[in-house]
Structure formats: structure tokens, C-alpha cells
Design a protein. Sequence first.
Length: 300
Amino acid sequence: MIVTVTTNAALDRTLTVPVFQIGFRHRSSEVLTLAGGKGINVARTLKILEVPVVATGLAGGRTGTRIIEELTAEAILNDFVRIAAESRTSTAVVDPTAGTHTEINEWGPEVTPVELEMLVEKLHYLSRGADFVVLSGSLPRKVPTTFYADAVRDLSRRDVRVVLDSEGEPLRLGVEAGPFLVSPNQREAEQLVGQELEDDDDFLMALGCFAFLRVGRKTRRIRAFAPFVEPVSGVGSGDVLLAQFLAALVEERSPDYAVRMAVAAGAASVREVGAGRFEPSLAATLTEDIELSELQPVRS
């Protein structure tokens, strides 16, 4: 089982608006409402992959109730801590004619220390026997930037493998705590190392968009090349990639297999509106065209 944690859950509304222009009145051709947040996106993908998963986190007010209702409607097992403040709503406008995606994200609720402690206690309970605990996304207001780092250390002491997918100071502090796996995108990795990543030497240094795997005593650095896929929306593709990678690890598959399947799933997800969704049959087709290369450090 995998436990995913979304401290700043959202109700995501995606509007499809052909020929979208700022300053004009439009009518959407489609509206999609889903429970959102990076951990929820990972849970949604794992559900598609039929990997046992429990989504947890913080949910408050009527919006929080709607988030839980949407998860239940998708048959995603969940156990959230209810908080007093209202959970956030995020709105995205997808223009399929221009291939653009515009997001408006709210800040999210304020969380009290008591509510945060309830989440920690729930994590202790849910993590018993879990293969992984995934800590994902931004932190709500008033939550200390050390929260993920503290959770990584706490869960690691309990022999739980922790995966961290965040950004900024929470990511930096969390990395210092020594999680099992870190999953930043390139922008987040550049913020983490304090420089742009432009060539192989940069990526070897930072391991930004590369998979860094230890196989026994051997260190491997693997890069995947994916075929071009005409995107509809790239939001959540990294969450799909991470979920498929973890699913392969749960199955004790080889590193090469895990990376290839993860990149294919992430590529397939850009054809979908709504984060955490992908078509497994398209991913299977793309897998055949995924090329892997192994980078070797330059020896002086």
C-alpha cells in the first residue's frame, strides 16, 4: 500500500474554452471538477494502476467536503483530517486551439497547530505497513516550512520510506532530512541547487530531471528520451510519472523498467484534461519508443 499526503488539497475546476482571450466573455465547452493537489493526483494514478493507495491530508469547510466527495466518487480510499478553515479552489482554463493552459490558484487555508498534530498522528497510523508515504505539494498558510523535513525524519525513524515532491524552502529542508526519493521538476531542481540546468554536466551535478538510483553498491544515473506527444494539458504529468515509478518499485521491477514505464505514463498524461489521469493503452504504446541512456561522471 502507498499513502499519499496532500496538506493543501484543492477542488480543481478545469474549463475547456476554445479561442480563449483575456478580457472577453466566453462559454466553456467542457467543465471538469476533480479533487486536486499533488498527492491526490498521485493517488488517482495509482488507482488507475490498481495499486492499493490511501489519500490523506487536510480538508476544510464545504470545499473540503466536496473534495472528499469527489475522491469517494472516484473510489479512491481516503482518510482526511477535517480542519476549520475553507480548503482552496483552483481554476484552470484550457484552450485546445492554442494549446495553452491558464491557472488561477488560491493560497489555501490557515491550519492550527492542533490540526497539524492530528495529521501527524494519522500518518503514524496509516504508515504502518505502507510501502511508501508520499509527501506532496505546497504547504498551507501558518504551516512551518520544516513540516516535511520533520515528517521525513519522524517516518524514517519508523522505517517508512518517504517520497518528497515539493518546492522552495520546504523542499530544501526536506531534502536535508534524507527522504528515500525526491521528485522535483526542472524548475524546482534549479531552485534547489541555485543554478540553471542546461547540459549533461549540470544534470549530473544536480540530478534534476534524471533518475538517480542505487542498485546494490552501484550508483546509476539514467536519462530517458520520450517521443513527442501533442499536449492538451501538461498539468499533473509529473505526478503521473512519480506514481507509475513507485508502482514499479512496489512490484520490485528493475530500475530501467521503472524509469521507462514512468516516463511513458507521464507522456501519455499530457493528452488528458485533469491532473493524475492517463490512458494506460497509450502509455503502453509510448513505452516501446522510450530510449534510456546512462550518464557517466567525467573523471578528471
